[in-house]
Write a protein that binds this ligand. Structure first.
Ligand code: COA
Length: 167
């Protein structure tokens, strides 16, 4: 079986930025990269978020939201010349004590291969490296078990409640 080629450390740094982390899909046919610093093409990001059914957000707002996010992670399918964005998540927070995870999405054709789970592990590890221990998120009803199976605790348990105010 022919495996997808791995990148050298220099190639990884050059294309995806320092600290990028590569891995192979379980069938070894794809090289994938988590990057916190490769810039996003806002059109490609919008296409990813719309592909999972989320409504359109103006590019100028998305640009600002990214700029003010504590952490934004792209999951890239490595292709020489043009890496493809197949997953995304970001976190807001104070950078020290608390963080909240937003916009976790995997492109539909790549769902079900374990990438969402790996993306969440990568996010948590990155936040823990910042010293952040308390992480929250708001889940859509259809993905509650996705998070619960990875150790997230659903509130309210009786001693704490989540409130949501949006208009
Ligand atoms: C939710 C999402 C990120 C999961 O990504 P994914 O790559 O398909 O998930 P994985 O393949 O890593 O699945 C990991 C595990 O969770 C399970 N799982 C995946 N989606 C699930 C769901 N919606 N509900 C319950 N379990 C789910 C898988 O069966 C797998 O279980 P296993 O470890 O026992 O095999 C992806 O489906 C997605 O982008 N959905 C649309 C956007 C969305 O709803 N995001 C969450 C916003 S709150």
């Amino acid at each position: 079986m022919i495996s997808a080629p791995s990148l050298t450390k220099d190639e990884l740094d050059e294309v995806y930025g320092k600290g990028a982390c590569q891995f192979q899909s379980s069938d070894h046919l794809m090289t994938l990269v988590f990057s916190q610093s490769r810039p996003f093409d806002l059109i490609e990001l919008e296409q990813l978020l719309q592909s999972v059914g989320w409504s359109h957000r103006p590019a100028r707002k998305v640009r600002r939201a990214l700029a003010y996010s504590l952490l934004k992670v792209g999951l890239w399918k490595h292709e020489a010349g043009l890496p493809r964005l197949i997953g995304f998540a970001r976190c807001t927070g104070d950078g020290v004590i608390e963080a909240t995870v937003w916009d976790v999405a995997i492109l539909p054709v790549y769902q079900g291969y374990g990438f969402g789970k790996q993306l969440m592990s990568y996010l948590i590890k990155s936040l823990q490296e910042m010293g952040i221990k308390r992480i929250t998120l708001f889940a859509d009803p259809g993905v509650v078990d996705f998070y619960r199976s990875q150790g997230w605790v659903l509130e309210p348990r009786g001693n704490r409640c989540a409130f949501w105010y949006a208009n």
